[in-house]
Design a protein around this ligand. Sequence first.
Ligand code: ADP
Ligand code: MG
Length: 260
Amino acid sequence: MSEAITRKIDRSQMQVSDEVAISITNMNKWYGTFHVLRDINLTVHQGERIVIAGPSGSGKSTLIRCINRLEEHQAGQIIVDGVELTSDIKNIDKVRSEVGMVFQHFNLFPHLTVLENCTLAPIWVRKVPKKQAEATAMHFLEKVKIPEQANKYPGQLSGGQQQRVAIARSLCMQPRIMLFDEPTSALDPEMIKEVLDTMIELAEEGMTMLCVTHEMGFAQAVANRVIFMDQGQIVEQNNPHDFFNNPKSERTKLFLSQIL
Ligand code: ADP
Ligand code: MG
């Protein structure tokens, strides 16, 4: 399996609470006439670390993009931290401020420094005073171990460093939930580990996380639940041990045989 995980993992704060973070009920989504998500039902509790796996095109990105309304669903219900996602822009703003998202391609602003990338939303969306936003940004840049890069531009950083900036930038908004969409897929192997280490630290601090990833070592080490999607449906979900050792559906078995 993935040799990217070498550190010993502290599970003491990885507690799943009774509090529901995300509740998705009979959710369906279409792109035009294409039925991309079919009857999705999913409850995520605070403190859960969920890995979403599945073949390319199965709807993983669409699902997590629906959770912060980067995509709109057409049927069923999505409730994030008690707020139902509807076309009401107030609800969308509230949910976006509580849900951080990290993408495969970092999506940093190239013309802003690392520090400016991290302070932009806190200053303009949260109305945090500049000095305070900078202090918070430095705190999180230290956390992802690149404070010395604060005044550089994204193009001057390695891919792994840029992705850690993207994580720090999300954390500056003090989210309660973090969504990751293949955060290491665009990285060279030697940089995957540093990003996974950052994600592991977040998990160790009790962050609620939904991660689309092919890093099955990460899933085994950190996830409390693995969800397998295929053709727009959640086909199977289980704890990592049973998911990998005792998959139930033929589609899951086929997928695992291809990636492990
Ligand atoms: P995954 O992340 O699992 O690879 P996606 O959620 O990106 O899957 O895509 C699921 C399906 O929806 C794919 O068939 C993809 O081609 C299609 N799709 C994704 N985004 C769009 C879009 N904006 N418009 C139309 N079809 C899309
Ligand atoms: Mg995707």
